[in-house]
Every structure is written in C-alpha cells, then in structure tokens.
Design a binder for this molecule. Structure first.
Ligand SMILES: NC(=O)c1ccc[n+]([C@@H]2O[C@H](COP(=O)([O-])OP(=O)(O)OC[C@H]3O[C@@H](n4cnc5c(N)ncnc54)[C@H](O)[C@@H]3O)[C@@H](O)[C@H]2O)c1
Length: 363
C-alpha cells in the first residue's frame, strides 16, 4: 500500500514518558506539523509531569485505553524499555498507528521480521529513529569527506569512554530493564549505545561485509555487567575499514547535560583527517569538528553540537516525512535490520574467538 501523506497536522501520541522523553519531546514542541493528542505511561507521576508540556492532550495508563477512547491517532512516538519493543510495536501497529520506535529495534532477527511483517500487513510505516544521523558535527563530517577534501578515505575510527560520574540522573527503574537486557547478552554499551555507533558506520560508508570483535565484561555486582573493554573492527563492502573501541573509566568525572559518554569519531583520508571531538558529553572542549588538510587545522566553532538537537531534528524529520512522504526515513525498518545484523555479527565473532563474520549470514 502506498503511503498517503497527511494534509493536516499529524495526530500523535507518546507511548512511554520516561527519561528519553525529555529529548524526544523537542521535536513536538512548537511544531506545526503535529498535534500531540495523547500521553501514555502506566506511571501516574510521569503522566502528570509530562502533561505540563501538552495540557490539552489526554493521558492514559496504557495504549489499549487510548485505543478504546476513540481519540484519533495517526502516529506514535514509542519510547518503551527495550524488552517491551517487540510486543509494544505489534500492539501499536495493531491499533492502526504508524510507529516511530526508539532504538535498538529489538533483540533478534526473528522479532525484527515479525515487526516488518506486521507493518507491511497493516500498510503502516515503522521507523526506527537514529538521532546520531542528525547530529550536526557528524553531518558536517560526512559532507567534508564526501567533498573530496580529505582525498580517498582510508579508515574510520570511533572511540568511547564510559564514565560513571557526572551527567543527568537516570532513575533506577531505567537500569532495571537494562540489567534484564544484560542477562540476555544485549549489553548497554555494545548493543544499546553501539546501535548508534554502528549506525554511523553504515550511514557513512555503506554495507559491511565482515566484522571481527572482542567483547569483554566488567562486573560491578548486583547483575550489573558492563560489556567493556571491547574492540569491534569491520570492513565495508567498499573496502573502508572501521574500528570502535570502548573502555570504562568509572571514576572519571565528565561534564555532561545527559549521559556521561566521552566519544570521538575520526575519518582518515589520504591527505587529511576530520574528527568529531564529542557528542553526548562535554569531553574535549575544542571545536566539535576539526579538519586537518595540507598542514592546516580548521575548527568548526559554530555548529549546533548540543546532543539534544539531534533528537529534535530526527523527530522533526519524521513528522515532516509524514506530511510529505519524501526522502529517506533514517532509518526505515529494513535499514534498522542492517544495524541489528551488524551488532549480531559482532556477538557471533566475539563468541568464536574473533573470527570474521559476514552480517548478511547471521541468523
Ligand atoms: N536515542 C538515544 O540516544 C537513547 C537514549 C536513551 C534511551 N533510548 C531508548 O529509549 C527507550 C526508553 O528509554 P528510557 O531511558 O526513556 O527508559 P525509561 O525507563 O526511563 O522510560 C520508559 C518509560 O516507559 C514506561 N512504560 C513501561 N511500560 C509501558 C507500557 N506498556 N506503555 C507505555 N509506557 C510504558 C515506563 O513507565 C517509563 O516511564 C529505550 O528503547 C532506550 O533504548 C535511546
């Protein structure tokens, strides 16, 4: 079924009003493309808190109650804990709503296929949002190497240091489902945060033909097993090789308005490099993007490098897409499956001593 764009503001509902709502909501405030008609969360305090943003929206404890209310909904912003993604998405599609789902899509390929099949059968759109693709320093990094200024791309390097000091408060209830995920072998660094990092590789350099990984564990007790130190390396079908290293520095204070991840991205070209110095946290206080070519360093001092802006722009992109049907979804459900395959290949490789695994062959 062809998608018919809306010729009026999209009627939207938030499903899940927890920590990340604070950033996702930025796309919905003061946006003529959307009317927020409902807010859903089983926790009353969350509903009351979020109602301040949308006083005219109706509030419900469950999506079922919203569906039964008769309020017209076109699309939902699904901000559910990861273990609830599969059942939640099937339920939301079942009500006839387009879904903008938070990443990671789900834990395995079988569930991903069930989601794709359900969306297709219902003639609805399933998007898996990827805000990093809307982070301005990364977008500029892409345009710099695509312009040819760096020469031929010869390598891609990402680095992340997870720290336990600084940043915003994360409620214990958010960690509870992350611990559940850890027990299923879907760790918070490689699987949850890794979804973003591996997405940037696919977005910048295209399909991946081989992945090699060495995934470690650091235990903090009480079931909190973090999946670092970890190294993941891969080769794209175009020959570019990438590497991502994850380390933990639990006592390192990192100034951040959000999570305490110290992150870097670097594209090396035959005649220069481009490096994004930070994203989620405020680690390196140099310009967020620096480009070195022919002995000269150029710093980009005026980019919108607030991580929250990437949520605003990703969400606005989705709502505009619903109004026009134009351009890529970033990501479609099918593209999200490529990200899932990438990370599953890393698990398969690490579990087999680091051998090369082709993501298209994982099951
Ligand atoms: N894009 C990013 O960078 C980013 C960052 C953090 C989290 N996330 C993702 O966002 C999602 C939510 O994470 P969070 O940190 O906000 O979690 P959270 O635990 O803070 O919030 C989840 C909310 O969902 C509610 N909920 C539970 N069951 C529900 C149901 N059946 N119907 C409606 N609401 C229900 C909970 O009461 C809670 O308020 C996860 O998928 C997570 O991976 C993405």
């Amino acid at each position: 079924m062809a998608f018919a764009p809306y010729d009026r503001p999209v009627r939207a509902a938030f499903i899940g009003l927890g920590r990340i709502y604070d950033l996702n909501v930025r796309a919905y405030l003061n946006n003529p493309d959307v009317e927020v008609v409902a807010l859903v969360d089983p926790r009353e305090e969350r509903r009351t808190q979020r109602q301040a943003d949308f006083p005219r929206a109706a509030a419900f404890a469950s999506a079922g109650e919203l569906a039964a209310s008769g309020i017209g909904v076109d699309a939902v912003e699904a901000l559910l804990p990861i273990p609830l993604h599969i059942d939640g998405v099937l339920e939301l599609l079942g009500y006839g709503w387009h879904v903008n789902l938070q990443k990671p899509m789900c834990n395995d390929l079988l569930d991903a296929q069930r989601m794709l099949d359900a969306a297709k059968a219902a003639g609805l759109v399933l998007r898996v949002m990827e805000n990093y693709l809307f982070y301005e320093p990364l977008r500029r990094l892409k345009s710099v190497f695509e312009s040819g200024d760096l020469g031929t791309v010869v390598g891609y390097h990402m680095k992340m240091v997870g720290s336990g000091s600084g940043g915003w408060d994360v409620p214990w209830s958010s960690f509870e489902w992350q611990i559940e995920q850890m027990k299923r072998g879907r760790g918070i660094l490689v699987f949850d945060d890794g979804w973003h990092k591996l997405s940037t590789a696919l977005w910048l350099f295209g399909p991946v033909s081989e992945v090699r990984a060495w995934i470690g564990t650091t235990s903090f007790g009480h079931g909190i097993d973090l999946d670092a130190p970890t190294m993941i390396a891969w080769q794209h079908a175009n020959g570019v090789r990438g590497v991502w290293d994850i380390t933990l520095a639990p006592d390192l204070y990192l100034r951040s308005d959000y999570y305490t991840n110290d992150e870097r991205w670097e594209v090396t070209g035959s005649k220069g490099f481009a490096r994004v110095n930070r994203c989620t946290g405020r680690g390196v206080q140099q310009p967020s993007l620096e480009v070195y070519v022919d002995g000269e360093m150029r710093g980009y001092h005026a980019l919108d490098d607030d991580w929250a802006s990437s949520f605003r722009d990703s969400g606005r992109h989705w709502l505009r897409w619903l109004r026009t049907g134009e351009g890529p979804l970033m990501w479609s459900g099918e593209e999200a499956v490529d990200v899932l395959r990438f990370v599953l290949a890393a698990y398969a490789s690490s579990g087999s001593g680091g051998i090369g695994v082709n993501p298209s062959k994982v099951i």
